[in-house]
Write a protein that binds this ligand. Sequence first.
Ligand SMILES: C[S@@+](CC[C@H](N)C(=O)[O-])C[C@H]1O[C@@H](n2cnc3c(N)ncnc32)[C@H](O)[C@@H]1O
Length: 175
Amino acid sequence: MSWTRYGHLLGPMLLERRPRYCVEVGAWLGNSSIMFAETIAQWGGTLICVDHWQGSPDFARHPFMAAQLSTAEATFRARIRGHENVVVLKMASVDAAQRCAGAEFIYIDASHEEADVRADLAAWGVALAAGGLMAGDDYGDSEFPGVTAAWDDVPGVHYSKGKGQWGLVWVERKL
Ligand SMILES: C[S@@+](CC[C@H](N)C(=O)[O-])C[C@H]1O[C@@H](n2cnc3c(N)ncnc32)[C@H](O)[C@@H]1O
């Protein structure tokens, strides 16, 4: 799915919180990166874009994604040129999480395999600041049951849940 599908939900959530330290996990061609970068630039926010540009296991079911793999990183870098508030971390998601302690907003849209989403949620949950917002894409999509299962198991003891619609899911880290 894409940001545009639920921008009317996520946009106001960001506007209300005005997070300055933001992370996107899974940048691909930069479509969502640009949306986030331009939104948070309004209040001086910085976006860390994490991707290894090796694609995702689920790309095997999406030949049009696999076909763009060899040029995806170059396309991303060309598209974010001029967005001064974007920092790129080209590395595996869980490794990047160790460098991003205190992030106020984290958007997860990397691998959609259940084990990978669980690993991302665990690693990025540690990085998320108290009171911070963690959101993800493709929740409730029958094509990605592992995404829904992993998000459903986010422990309520640490997060208040705010399940969304149109594929958006989010939780807030308790203080
Ligand atoms: C669905 S695409 C992201 C789409 C993008 N957020 C958008 O809406 O336009 C998933 C991206 O996650 C990256 N990715 C998958 N698993 C990853 C991992 N373990 N570490 C880093 N990047 C990963 C892939 O290389 C791919 O670029």
